[in-house]
Design a protein around this ligand. Structure first.
Ligand SMILES: Cc1cc2nc3c(=O)[nH]c(=O)nc-3n(C[C@H](O)[C@H](O)[C@H](O)COP(=O)(O)O)c2cc1C
Length: 351
């Protein structure tokens, strides 16, 4: 008999997929248009997709974002995702391992990712509020190459059994200082603002995933889990809480950290747009999960290989041969997003 926490992991998976099917996310990056140029002076064959970072030295600018582990069923998904990551050469994050700190039966559902992909780039995952010692335990559990610490206050607020104490700065700082691998501080889909990014930088954060709204929505998912999605108990007024992925990337314009993005990414063009707005790498969760659950691992491999083949073409189309060229690509924002940027006094040089 699996624990209540393990059951929660199964529910997240099932509900995320059910919501994806019911309301397929519309990427907030649709609010950004890249300017077409007829003379880009590029060659698709010469495009280099590699991330220009010594610690996160990935071959591709997108990766499989944190989702599963903790139950038998989600362990199977982790194994499939890790096999996909191995075949396609993508980095991959496992889902939150906090369950495995208390429930040792959950450990194999994470270890399986390392077994399936012994030499791949694997990212461990833990919630904010855990100690540096616990963070190191989850890193060691899967021989991780990096650690994600997720911040999810809005999710916890909606979750009936969620945390209610959000004093996280001190423990995040300790984790950053002591971790044996690079630490990525990551939002789970409610986005970040300038102030949060600055606070994290002051703690020494070098990798920040602004994880914005417009993809998987944990306010909705937790409401479904609570069975409170009735007019009486629902948190429906929080369903559009937070900054979108596009807004969050604008918020991060003046950051000196290695900015990453997640939330609603569903095409290679979304990856490129996020990069133009300053993301060095882009995580994909719900879209890949849907592909895997609907069509199986072989299909997900084909989807990822298609993205990998299309990205050099898109780089060449916008006049870029490598990642660093992308930030020079001109773009325009739709009126809603440009209004947001203006009201927030955001430094968007090409805006
Ligand atoms: C089923 C599911 C489970 C998730 N579990 C975690 C988790 O344990 N830890 C975490 O940091 N993010 C978790 N996420 C959030 C994703 O990593 C990602 O930040 C979010 O879903 C937004 O990206 P998307 O729109 O591509 O899905 C989960 C997402 C899904 C779909």
């Amino acid at each position: 008999m699996e624990s209540e926490h393990a059951h929660r992991k199964d529910e997240h998976l099932a509900l995320a997929e059910a919501e994806f099917k019911k309301n397929p996310p519309i990427s907030s990056l649709n609010q950004v248009r890249l300017i077409h140029r007829s003379l880009p002076e590029t060659n698709v064959q010469h495009v280099d997709l590699r991330i220009q970072d010594t610690a996160l030295n990935w071959d591709y600018p997108f990766y499989i974002e944190a989702m599963t582990g903790g139950s038998y069923k989600t362990g199977e998904i982790n194994e499939q995702l890790a096999t996909v990551a191995k075949t396609t050469g993508l980095a991959m994050a496992v889902g939150s391992q906090s369950i495995a700190l208390k429930d040792f039966d959950a450990i194999p559902s994470f270890e399986i990712a390392r077994k399936a992909n012994p030499d791949g780039f694997l990212i461990a995952n833990i919630g904010a509020g855990h100690t540096a010692y616990e963070a190191q335990r989850v890193i060691n559990m899967i021989g991780a190459n990096a650690l994600e610490v997720h911040v999810n206050v809005a999710q916890e607020i909606v979750m009936a059994e969620g945390d209610r104490d959000f004093h996280w700065l001190e423990s995040i700082g300790e984790i950053i200082t002591t971790s044996s691998v690079p630490v990525i501080i990551k939002e789970v889909g409610f986005g970040m603002d300038q102030q949060t990014i600055l606070q994290l930088e002051q703690l020494g954060a070098k990798y920040i995933n602004v994880g914005g709204r417009s993809g998987t929505n944990f306010a909705v998912i937790e409401d479904r889990r609570n069975r409170t999605d009735t007019p009486k108990n629902s948190h429906h007024y929080l369903y559009d809480w937070g900054q979108t992925t596009a807004e969050s990337l604008l918020e991060a314009q003046s950051s000196s950290a290695h900015i990453m993005a997640t939330g609603g990414i569903s095409s290679p063009l979304d990856v490129v747009k996020a990069q133009v707005l300053g993301a060095k790498a882009v995580g994909v969760a719900g879209y890949f999960l849907h592909d895997l659950l609907s069509f199986g691992p072989e299909h997900l491999i084909e989807t990822i290989q298609l993205w990998q083949a299309h990205l050099p073409k898109l780089y060449a189309l916008v006049g870029a041969s490598q990642q660093s060229d992308l930030t020079a690509v001109p773009y325009v924002l739709n009126s809603e997003l440009s209004n947001y940027a203006q009201q927030r006094n955001l430094n968007t040089p090409k805006f």
